[in-house]
Design a protein around this ligand. Structure first.
Ligand SMILES: [Zn+2]
Length: 223
């Protein structure tokens, strides 16, 4: 039995028609959107939703970058729940390249990374998106991702909209290591600063849509 006294929502809310990426909802009566027989009730609605797969807090499956990689419908649910360790990159100097040695050091501060862990990379730069300081955020490298893969992590997450930073040599360096190793990852996590301990129990559950590369999901931590 897992006991907890606090649930922390690590999910960004989505507000339709706001933000840089499209998320549109169109309201209609159920019989307009489906083959429902009209019912005698003034307010019996559904929505049509139009968006792209990478919006808000979302998870990326191997299929995003690997043609024969697993899609969202092919990943077992066990991979989305378990203990998460939060690696705190927020104290690193500005313009840090985060290689294997740097990730090992922050992992040690968090008590280590174990086989089967979920790993969250907290940069603390999430509130600086429109600030020049944002350009100085940490830049994880392929070597850092390989170090995590070698530890046996099963899922990764970050508070930023991308794993790679401005100094990461290649645009997809981190993507390709993780997804190539069959490890999905989450972008745009929220509220990592609300966690009071470096190790928490997490549920990060996407809808298992067959043939889809990515999708928004709800991520919650239990303390
Ligand atoms: Zn994405």
């Amino acid at each position: 039995m897992i006991s907890y006294n606090r649930v922390i929502d690590l999910t960004q809310p989505i507000v339709p028609e706001q933000g840089a990426r499209p998320f549109a909802i169109e309201r209609g009566r159920t019989e307009e959107l489906t083959d429902h027989v009209p019912v005698d009730h003034d307010w019996y609605i559904m929505h049509r939703v139009e968006t792209i797969s990478h919006i808000g807090t979302h998870i990326e499956a191997p299929y995003h970058c690997i043609p024969d990689g697993r899609d969202l419908g092919s990943i077992p649910v066990e991979q989305f729940v378990g203990e998460a360790v939060v690696l705190d990159l927020s104290k690193l100097p500005q313009d840090s390249l985060v290689g294997a040695a740097e990730i090992a050091a922050v992992a040690e501060q968090a008590g280590g990374v174990n086989e089967g862990d979920i790993v969250f990379l907290r940069t603390g730069y999430v509130d600086l998106q429109d600030n020049p300081a944002f350009e100085h955020r940490p830049s994880p490298t392929a070597e850092a991702m390989k170090w995590l893969v070698e530890r046996g992590v099963k899922l990764l997450g970050t508070d930023l909209s991308g794993l790679e930073g401005p100094l990461t040599p290649g645009h997809l360096d981190c993507h390709l290591v993780l997804l190539g190793a069959d490890i999905p990852f989450i972008e745009n996590l929220a509220n990592l600063d609300q966690l009071s301990q470096p190790r928490v129990f997490v549920c990060a559950l996407p809808i298992p849509v067959q043939g889809l590369d990515a999708f928004p999901l709800r991520v919650v931590a239990f303390e």
